[in-house]
Ligand binder design. Structure first.
Ligand code: HEC
Ligand code: HEC
Length: 373
């Protein structure tokens, strides 16, 4: 009788031990440090907080979930988290992420949303866009994706856009945005987002460029400036009315310049254009994004080009007296390529909760700075 009771008492213990062993086995060995890098690189931090303390998504630090539950959460999310598949986030990366979550102690107060909710006066499409989570990664206006869409401007319609959301990984197999599930993010909502981003704000031309050091000779330095339209030939948006300007420090002497539309040295103020901002500014309590005052002091080297068509680039150079140094590179910060068309739409001009990195008229992008030898 005593024996039987002991045996019975053991049953629940054994029953509990079995899944515990299975659990320990099904979690592959992960490296928390690699997990921390994936957490940042795959942009989990935008929703779950820099320290896994939570934000738009729940807190993950020290969360008591099994590896199976973790895999389910990322492969088939329960609600509005994008779904990450094997090509974007492989088994090793998943194990590393899991180890990272397990290594972090819980307890920190949840953080705020990375980008706050727009006020109720904001356009419906923008409110949905932020409230379903897109805006946590993409900021108030999806500046970057509207540029990627601009690379295929002639093909972009609702069907094209929809594919980039529901079958995102087809074009970006190793990207950081997962696929969205139409059951969780219904087309009814996606159509409003499309209206806001693509119809009302419009796609942007994909223009970018950078400055490099080409040559140092006879006490002078020649800098090369490449400005390209990354759009796909015959499909991408054409930029019209471009002004390229490079900021130079006070007292710098321009020896010469080459390339189409070279205009030489001028004061930045005389151009009537503002340098691009490095980071997006958050809106205030009223949901209005104030533009920080621009520093218009000093001179710039200027080129004006009538247009830059998709897949084309302009190669420009300028030569300054003296060797490059850190102060010079710092002074060049804010060098910008501005274009008149396609620019901010009247709808965009009225938007209060907005991205002030783009100007009120036209559009622009900052130029990459040279690296010192
Ligand atoms: C767009 C915001 C967003 C991003 C980006 C995001 N998540 Fe989530 N996550 C959520 C939301 C919202 C939930 C709540 C449940 C759901 O939507 O599936 C969640 C739930 C989870 C859960 C489930 C937690 C539990 O206890 O059930 C895990 C684990 C998780 N996320 C991990 C990740 C990882 C890892 C990444 C990056 C690869 C990531 N998330 C990226 C929003 C996000
Ligand atoms: C986890 C951060 C994140 C979230 C959340 C997110 N995106 Fe993205 N999105 C990206 C990144 C990063 C890219 C660039 C491609 C990549 O790495 O997957 C991108 C690319 C895009 C593109 C460009 C596709 C192309 O090449 O034409 C569009 C459009 C887009 N996102 C729209 C959205 C919309 C709409 C939502 C919400 C339903 C959303 N994104 C949610 C990070 C995110």
């Amino acid at each position: 009788m005593k024996r039987l009771l002991m045996a019975l008492a053991l049953v629940p213990v054994l029953a509990m031990a079995a899944p515990a062993i299975a659990r320990a086995q099904d979690a592959p060995k992960g490296d928390p440090a690699a997990g921390a890098r994936a957490y940042s690189g795959k942009l989990c931090r935008m929703c779950h907080g820099e320290d896994l303390e939570g934000g738009f998504g729940m807190d993950l630090a020290g969360r008591n979930i099994t590896y199976k539950q973790f895999l389910r959460a990322i492969r088939q999310p329960w609600s509005l988290m994008p779904q990450y598949n094997e090509s974007q986030l492989n088994a090793q990366m998943a194990a590393d992420l899991y180890a990272y979550i397990k290594s972090k102690p819980a307890g920190k107060e949840p953080s705020h949303w990375h980008w706050p909710q727009p006020p109720s006066s904001a356009p419906l499409g923008q409110r949905i866009y932020i409230n379903v989570g897109c805006g946590q990664c993409h900021e108030p206006e999806n500046k970057f994706a509207r540029m990627w869409l601009g690379e295929h401007a002639k093909e972009v319609n609702y069907e094209y856009f929809k594919k980039q959301i529901y079958q995102h990984t087809a074009k970006w197999p190793r990207g950081s945005m997962g696929d969205y599930n139409p059951d969780r993010l219904p087309e009814m909502m996606l159509k409003e987002i499309y209206q806001f981003l693509v119809v009302d704000l419009g796609v942007r031309a994909s223009i970018g460029g950078g400055i490099t050091i080409a040559e140092q000779a006879g006490g002078n330095t020649t800098y090369k400036l490449t400005v390209s339209n990354r759009g796909v030939k015959d499909s991408g948006a054409t930029a019209e009315g471009l002004t390229v300007f490079v900021r130079i420090p006070e007292g710098a002497k321009v020896v010469s310049g080459t390339g189409p539309g070279y205009k030489g040295q001028q004061s930045l103020k005389s151009l009537g254009l503002e340098p691009g901002l490095a980071v997006a500014t958050h809106p205030n309590e009223q949901g209005v994004t104030p533009r920080p005052p621009a520093d218009l002091a000093g001179d710039v080297v200027v080129w004006k080009l009538p247009k830059l068509v998709a897949s084309d680039k302009a190669e420009l150079t300028f030569t300054l007296v003296g060797a490059p140094n850190e102060a010079l590179v710092k002074a060049m910060d804010g060098s910008t390529v501005h274009w008149e068309k396609p620019g901010r739409t009247p709808f965009g001009q009225k938007l209060a909760y907005r991205d002030v990195r783009t100007p009120d008229k036209g559009d622009h992008e900052r130029l990459g700075l040279p690296r010192l030898p």
